[in-house]
Write a protein that binds this ligand. Structure first.
Ligand SMILES: Nc1ncnc2c1ncn2[C@@H]1O[C@H](COP(=O)(O)OP(=O)(O)OP(=O)(O)O)[C@@H](O)[C@H]1O
Length: 292
């Protein structure tokens, strides 16, 4: 059996121009999320358009996962508004694909790759389930689209981290979602697998005009695919193209301390950023909070 996580060799589909027209897949206006007196972010205005790849970066505790929870309708905003495909998030469930933050599946997990994807297919489906043969064909298509067909019948606990992540992507794509929310899908993957997974998501984004919100601590794999970066830190944020956001000046303002963004052999290294987001309380508005 051939098992490979090498990137698929086909050229990337061309990305459509991100114009101003058309309805946004995600819209936040004057959005604030606080827990008690701790403000994670506020005054957040954000549109994510179909076919756009938005990378969400920031230190631990800055509110990246919480943002995804808001878009999934699992976390209400403290103030402001959010809509997903023009409706409240809780009414957009079947149109959203979600890759939750997850560590490796336990080795004794007996479910096969195809069982996990089938669960994704049936889990959100309204009305009659697909008949056996049609469902099997669809599962095969999904596994094939992420290069995981070769291990369709292997229990997922026996797959490598990169292989498991491919299967999770296939599962998230099962409902043919118009928005893909990815929470740290690169966690615990080596560099090659990080690029493979990012490439798979990017292909989907381009080929099906799927809006992607991609939360990650790994900056470099997403710098190519990301149209824009939302960087959350210190109760503030900055949104813009990667080259505008990933600068020493912008990150130093956000963190409120000297941070250096260094480019080494085509890779970005952020030096001096605190590991965790400092708590921010109302009334102490940090430098850099708010739109660019
Ligand atoms: N329901 C909740 N009630 C109170 N505090 C919460 C709740 N959910 C999250 N928090 C806190 O809000 C902060 C932001 O959490 P969140 O998971 O969004 O951060 P994150 O940026 O995704 O962090 P990481 O990079 O570590 O995953 C954390 O300090 C977390 O403890």
């Amino acid at each position: 059996m051939q098992r490979t996580d090498r990137p698929t060799p086909q050229p990337l589909p061309l990305r459509r121009e991100q114009g101003d027209g058309g309805s946004p897949a995600v819209r936040l206006r004057a959005a604030e999320l606080s827990y008690g007196d701790r403000v994670l972010w506020r005054d957040l205005d954000l549109d994510v358009r179909p076919g756009e790849f938005l990378a969400v970066l920031g230190p631990n505790g800055s509110g990246k996962t919480s943002l995804l929870r808001v878009l999934l309708g699992r976390q209400p905003l403290t103030s402001g508004s959010v809509s997903v495909l023009g409706r409240p998030p809780y009414r957009a469930g079947g149109l959203i694909g979600y890759i939750p933050q997850q560590k490796a599946l336990p080795p004794h997990t007996l479910l096969r790759a195809r069982d996990l994807v089938r669960l994704g297919l049936e889990g959100h489906r309204w009305g009659l389930p697909l008949a056996g043969r049609a469902a099997r064909r669809r599962v095969d298509e999904l596994l094939d689209s992420v290069g995981a067909l070769a291990y369709a019948d292997v229990p997922v606990g026996r797959l490598s981290g990169g292989e498991q992540q491919r299967v999770r992507i296939a599962q998230a794509l099962a409902t043919d979602p118009r928005i893909l929310l990815c929470d740290e899908p690169l966690l615990s993957l080596d560099l090659q697998h990080q690029h493979t997974v990012t490439d798979l998501v990017d292909r989907r984004c381009r080929a099906a005009d799927t809006a992607v919100v991609f939360v990650t601590h790994e900056i470099n794999p997403v710098l190519g695919p990301a149209n824009r970066v939302l960087y959350l830190a210190g109760g503030g944020f900055r949104i813009g193209p990667p080259e505008e956001v990933m600068t020493s000046a912008v990150l130093s303002r956000l963190y409120g301390t000297q941070v250096d963004v260094v480019r080494v052999r085509g890779r970005i290294v952020v030096v001096g950023a605190p590991d965790a987001a400092p708590a921010h309380h109302p009334g102490a508005r940090p430098n850099g909070a708010g739109p660019p």
